[in-house]
Write a protein that binds this ligand. Structure first.
Ligand code: MV4
Length: 458
């Protein structure tokens, strides 16, 4: 086992990883930007190294400074968390160069799954269902045109280097095809310096269901069930739950089995997630694979009792999976609400600032709050707006919802605007309660009706 790990991240996920290390008796090195000089992650770690100024590009994305910090402190491994360098294969390769273990899959697999068209290809070969669409990447409009003549409208144009919705356009009418293609392509060129695109039929309405995978260095691959992540706004998840309230047992089994097959095919190692679109007839289609720990991993931990971050560390150090598929029991229901520093009444605009008063609900069975906030803390404007994750677990979905409602009503955050009240109302919304919501329910239905009641009440 490693004796010392550097955490190349900030905020609640850095704190989450430090906690796992402490429980495994591993020393921790935090890295921080000048904006985070008093942040919780740097206070909790055994050592902390400043890696640059506020801007992420000059600090949390600064490979040189992070690797220098690792080498100088004698860290044997780096946990990248999510975002920042977590899916950067160059970073993974450079860790290897300086003899520091990257806690994640092989760099080749990061690249293979980062190329979304290639990922599609590999899944087809593994007999994992993919959305009907183009079999190779496209850079010329005339080839998109041919493709659409083939599969018909509507289609979705996606960037090969994309993911998470960047460089993506839905096209419903022939006359908008060329403009939308060129928009998506120039967005991709600007964001990823890559103009390769691919085309798929649109699956709508659909649920976003993702399967948590664990895989060790000895070919053992297991799944930890699925999560329903359909409630999103601008490709940011707001609330996730596990298991999905609307999948049949049979579909759940088939999706989870497909996800294991997908991970096996690519020679996956460490924790990963396979995302699927599931249509109203419960047909499911591979969407993308995320080669990192995800924000919403705690709901899977709650229903399995497995500490995914500890498993990641053990896997990277060469240990075998501590559980087999038969040992994994999915118990009860878990929900996560993402609390963001933002103003829902002002188009969810970010609301950084000082935490002047804070009450984190902490009591009661089946409640967990992951956050790096404390009274007196500063939420800097430079990074993600997510400031806390409230997670509840109950024997049933109703129990988890009631517990969440109780917890959110105990929570007090003063000094910044948050989406706490929005979450409390969301839990009561019929479209959430019935569990049938799809990827457009939040923006098409829930938010508009919520804004109306807010207007009516002043
Ligand atoms: C799709 C789709 C419908 N059909 N692909 C969104 C981000 C990226 N992961 C792919 N995404 C989508 N791909 C086909 N063929 C709809 C979406 C989509 C979406 C997916 C999950 C959650 C929210 C979403 C919001 C808009 C579009």
């Amino acid at each position: 086992m490693f004796q010392k790990i550097l955490i190349a991240n900030r905020g609640e996920i850095a704190v989450r990883i430090i906690r796992a290390c402490q429980e495994l008796n591993i020393k921790t090195v935090a890295v921080y930007s000048t904006a985070d000089k008093d942040a919780l992650h740097m206070q909790l770690a055994d050592e902390a190294v400043c890696i640059g100024p506020s801007k992420a590009n000059e600090s949390y994305l600064n490979i040189h400074n992070i690797l220098s910090a690792a080498v100088l402190t004698g860290a044997e491994a780096i946990h990248p968390g999510f975002g920042f360098l977590s899916e950067n294969s160059t970073f993974a390769a450079m860790c290897e160069e300086v003899n520091v273990a990257f806690i994640g899959p092989k760099k080749e697999v990061i690249d293979q799954m980062g190329n979304k068209s290639n990922a599609r290809d590999m899944m087809k070969k593994a007999n994992v269902p993919v959305v009907p669409g183009s079999d190779r990447s496209i850079t010329l409009f005339e080839d998109v045109k041919k493709m659409v003549d083939d599969i018909g409208l509507p289609v979705i144009i996606k960037a090969v280097a994309g993911g998470g919705g960047k460089g993506m356009r839905m096209v419903f009418e022939e006359k908008e095809l060329e403009a939308k293609f060129l928009q998506a392509q120039s967005e991709s060129k600007a964001a990823f310096n890559d103009d390769r695109m691919y085309v798929e039929r649109i699956i709508t309405p659909a649920k976003h269901i993702e399967v948590q995978i664990l895989a060790d260095h000895y070919g053992n691959v297991i799944h930890l069930g699925e999560r329903d992540c359909s409630l999103q706004r601008n490709h940011q998840k707001i609330l996730e739950e596990a298991p999905s309230p609307s999948l049949t047992v049979k579909t759940r089994q088939r999706i989870c089995q497909s996800a294991v097959a997908a991970a096996e095919t690519v020679g996956y190692e460490n924790a990963g997630t396979i995302e699927f679109l599931v249509d109203t007839d419960e047909n499911f289609y591979f969407m993308e694979m995320n080669t990192r720990i995800q924000v919403e991993h705690p709901i899977t931990e709650m229903i399995t009792g497995i500490d995914i971050v500890k498993e990641q560390i053990k896997i990277a150090s060469g240990e075998r999976l501590s559980v087999s598929q038969d040992d994994v029991n999915l118990t009860g229901h878990a929900i996560e609400c993402r609390i963001n520093a933002e103003n829902p009444l002002f188009n969810f605009a970010p609301s950084p600032g000082n935490i002047e008063f804070l009450n984190i609900p902490s009591g009661g069975l089946g409640l967990r709050v992951d956050t790096a906030m404390f009274a007196g803390a500063v939420i800097p404007p430079f990074y993600d707006a997510m400031v806390a994750k409230v997670i509840t677990h109950g024997n049933t979905r109703d129990e988890a919802i009631n517990k969440m409602n109780r917890a959110l009503n105990e929570m007090v955050i003063e000094g910044i605007q948050t989406n706490l009240d929005f979450h409390i109302d969301l839990l009561e919304n019929e479209s959430f309660q019935d569990g049938k919501y799809t990827t457009d329910t939040l923006t098409q239905k829930i938010i508009p009706s919520w804004l109306k009641t807010k207007e009516a009440n002043g």
